[in-house]
Design a protein around this ligand. Sequence first.
Ligand code: DGL
Length: 265
Amino acid sequence: MEKPSTAIGILDSGFGGLSVYQSISALLPHESTVYIGDHAYLPYGEKSVHVIQQRMLALIRFLIHKHAKLIVIACNTGTVAGIELYRTTFPDVPIVGVVPVIKTAAALSNRKRFAVLSTKFTAGSAYQKYLIEEFANGCIVHNLWCPNLVPLVEQGVVSGPAVEKELRWILTPKILSDIDVIALGCTHYPFLTAAIRAIVGNDITVLDSGGAVSRQVARILEHNGMKARTKKPTYTFFSTGTGHDYSPIASLLLRQNVHVAYADI
Ligand code: DGL
């Protein structure tokens, strides 16, 4: 008999989606998860829309094969590149995307000026433009991107001089004196929250999308009667990357030992 679909499938270009995995497993501790990072194609932020879409479709297919009952595109870049395409290609599985929380940022900004920090692809996308036009509620939005933060997080470097240099390159004194909220528009960036906080201080609110996405996943599972029936969840991790063992970096980011298996897709 075929095994029923039992896990929440989570995907990203690499290990940024582990920040979303953390939020989901904290809110839904009985749910099993299966994670895949597409290290063979990382970073997505500077790839073409066609490449990103093809990789997303391949990763979703892989997760469905691994019995995912719901898919989380734990990647802003992957989401804005084609969430509707993924939903029409796989109509039987709910697919939840991740985008920066522009509406919340607008609501929390007293100055009516905030920043969104994304990859180059996300910052330049029509989808992000639409989100800002639709949900920024008249606020001035600094739509910023930085090419070098994702590679640092992927090396497990989340603090120190290299991170500080990159952050200061985008979060200039001029920008910081203008805003009171920063929305993180890349799932790698929550791993840098402490480093960002050290630069921006306590007067600027830093928001990520993990909480909103987890609550959306919880709502869909509840609404569709898809909640886990077992209280013994399993957590499995895959990477498409070759060349080195990905387990140490994932373990470092998650602060717990995990094994990352190779997926040949
Ligand atoms: N973590 C991804 C995101 O949320 C993409 C990082 C990348 O591969 O450039 O946008």
